[in-house]
Ligand binder design. Structure first.
Ligand SMILES: Cc1cc2nc3c(=O)[nH]c(=O)nc-3n(C[C@H](O)[C@H](O)[C@H](O)COP(=O)(O)OP(=O)(O)OC[C@H]3O[C@@H](n4cnc5c(N)ncnc54)[C@H](O)[C@@H]3O)c2cc1C
Ligand code: FES
Length: 244
């Protein structure tokens, strides 16, 4: 984990509520796709966790949805402004589990961490299929970016305005070797029930410290309590214990 100052390079609006932010700084503590960073924003006591979407040298890309004060403040940041960021948080995805034909499933703002994962898997020569699920066509982002990596991309929308009408589980392909997923918990539960292989599931919890000190993000698993910020956010299918 590292605490350092990042400088805003660019800010791009992707949909009505979702933004892509590029920052420059010391990214050396980020070791795996699926890890997250924690941003300290002016006037807010708790840092805000956001997944690493992409990494190129010292340039870090984040994609976030404006849902409250913190993400609103983030969307108002201009190029040249600086922000303190904790980097290298969480366990991230293990590309070693992928097999030859990994399937990546993202829902809404669960899509961002799958981009760096797809990039790394493509660099390893894997045949990568991606399912991107949204409520409606106007919420869709990053389809072209995944296609440009050479991934096979399927889109689902709940209202049928783009791609397959329904949920991500309505677009599962025949053959895949491992599933990597991130999205809202009801989606993760549906994916858990639907897939026929092992899977790596990324969970979101409200966080306090973000680096393992406060226990605020603990959740019960088959192998005991785990801190989502430290031993997660990625849990393997066989260790997940769904609490009702
Ligand atoms: C490991 C991790 C990775 C994340 N990655 C991303 C990402 O890549 N892109 C993205 O858009 N968001 C991501 N989030 C969620 C993001 O952290 C929250 O949306 C953000 O902290 C909200 O801050 P706020 O001040 O804008 O909203 P707040 O005013 O704090 O809350 C507004 C609303 O958002 C909900 N909310 C706040 N924090 C969370 C949370 N951690 N999980 C679920 N709901 C929350 C609240 O319940 C409330 O309804 C991630 C969360 C975690 C834990
Ligand atoms: S948020 Fe403090 S231990 Fe996870």
């Amino acid at each position: 984990m590292q605490d350092s100052i990042f400088t805003v390079l660019s800010q791009r609006q992707l949909t009505q509520t979702v933004y892509e932010l590029k920052l420059r700084g010391d990214t050396s503590a980020i070791t795996r796709p699926g890890q997250f960073v924690n941003l300290r924003l002016d006037g807010l006591y708790l840092r805000r966790p956001i997944s690493v979407c992409d990494l190129e040298g010292d340039t870090l890309t984040l994609i976030y949805k404006v849902v409250g004060k913190g993400t609103q403040a983030l969307s108002e940041m201009q190029p040249g402004q600086t922000v303190p960021v904790l980097t290298g948080l969480g366990n991230g995805y293990d590309t070693g589990l992928s097999g030859d034909r990994p399937l990546l499933i993202g829902g809404g703002v669960g899509v961002p961490p799958l981009y760096l994962l797809a990039k790394r898997l493509r660099a390893e020569g894997k045949q990568v299929s991606v399912i991107l699920g949204f409520n409606t066509a106007s919420e869709l982002f990053y389809e072209q970016e995944f296609l440009a990596l050479g991934c096979k991309v399927a889109i689902t929308t709940v209202d049928g305005s783009r791609g397959v009408k329904g949920f991500v589980t309505d677009a599962l392909p025949e053959n895949y070797t491992h599933v990597y997923t991130c999205g809202p918990e009801p989606m993760l539960r549906a994916v858990y029930r639907a897939i026929s292989t092992g899977g790596s599931f990324s969970f979101e919890k409200r966080m306090g410290c973000g680096f393992g000190a406060c226990m605020g993000c603990s959740c019960k698993t088959i192998t005991g309590y785990k801190r989502i910020c430290k031993e997660g956010p990625v849990l393997q299918k066989e260790e997940i214990l769904w609490e009702d």
